[in-house]
Design a protein around this ligand. Structure first.
Ligand SMILES: [Fe+2]
Length: 248
């Protein structure tokens, strides 16, 4: 075999077509994400060098655990924008939140006082072990009020790990958007989560993909995940909305 034909036979390296990340914890010291500006800078530089142009970072808002609001998030955002500028990292940084599904979140929905990104998208997460009874009502209410609810990492909740993913299918039927963590694809969490994530991709149910990065431990695995064949399949579905945050 000639050198040329062996070159042609070599698998083309997959290039990540996604250049907007919508789930991360990059505001220092306000949740279980990065602790310092340097750590935040290192992760944001990492994403920048992976081709990312924009990051919507999403600190936890979780009553009694991470009591965040505009008041804690926005000053941190301004500071990190400054740090990026000083270090010539040309990545656009915005902030929204990852709401935990609790009474406080339900109250914010009622008061229409939610931190959103893009076209009124709201990112929220659930308890990993206990399915909230009011989930469908809250999704309905969010939509009624003009929000576009996005469920963070649907692959990670134990009670949704049914053989046919019936509950998730019902939620899709309510036009709840699903955001997968890319890290689910290379076993960063566990094998069940990886299997469910793959199935969600096969079903073409994923609307957003995110890094959900909290610290340096995530960065290397995230790079690997972007080369996973299922990540490639996810991009090929054509359903991902990430880049619309720049194109529109
Ligand atoms: Fe998160």
């Amino acid at each position: 075999m000639s050198l040329f034909s062996s070159f042609l036979r070599k698998k083309t390296v997959f290039e990540n077509p996604v250049f907007v990340d919508i789930h991360s914890h990059f505001i220092p010291g306000i949740d279980d994400g990065v602790k310092t500006e340097d750590e935040s800078l290192e992760l944001l530089s990492g994403l920048f060098h992976l081709g990312y142009k924009k990051v919507v970072t999403t600190p936890h808002i979780y009553q009694g655990v991470f009591k965040n609001s505009y008041e804690t998030i926005l000053p941190g955002l301004e500071r990190m924008r400054e740090v990026l500028k000083q270090n010539s990292i040309g990545i656009e940084l915005e902030a929204a939140a990852e709401y935990f599904f609790d009474d406080y979140f339900l109250k914010c929905i009622q008061e229409e006082n939610l931190l959103t990104f893009g076209d009124n998208y709201v990112l929220f997460e659930l308890s990993s072990n206990v399915r909230p009874r009011q989930l469908e009502d809250a999704v309905f209410e969010l939509k009624l009020k003009g929000y576009k609810p996005v469920l963070a990492h649907p692959e990670r909740y134990n009670y949704f790990h049914e053989p046919k993913l019936d509950s998730l299918e019902k939620l899709k039927g309510m036009e709840l958007l699903f955001q997968m963590n890319a890290l689910a694809l290379n076993g960063f969490y566990n094998n069940t989560i990886m299997r469910v994530a793959r199935q969600l991709i096969k079903n073409e149910w994923i609307d957003w993909v995110g890094s959900d990065m909290h610290n340096m431990r995530y960065l290397e695995s995230f790079r690997d995940a972007l080369e996973d064949e299922y990540y490639e399949k996810l991009c090929a579905t054509g359903n991902l909305l990430n880049n619309t945050l720049i194109e529109n």
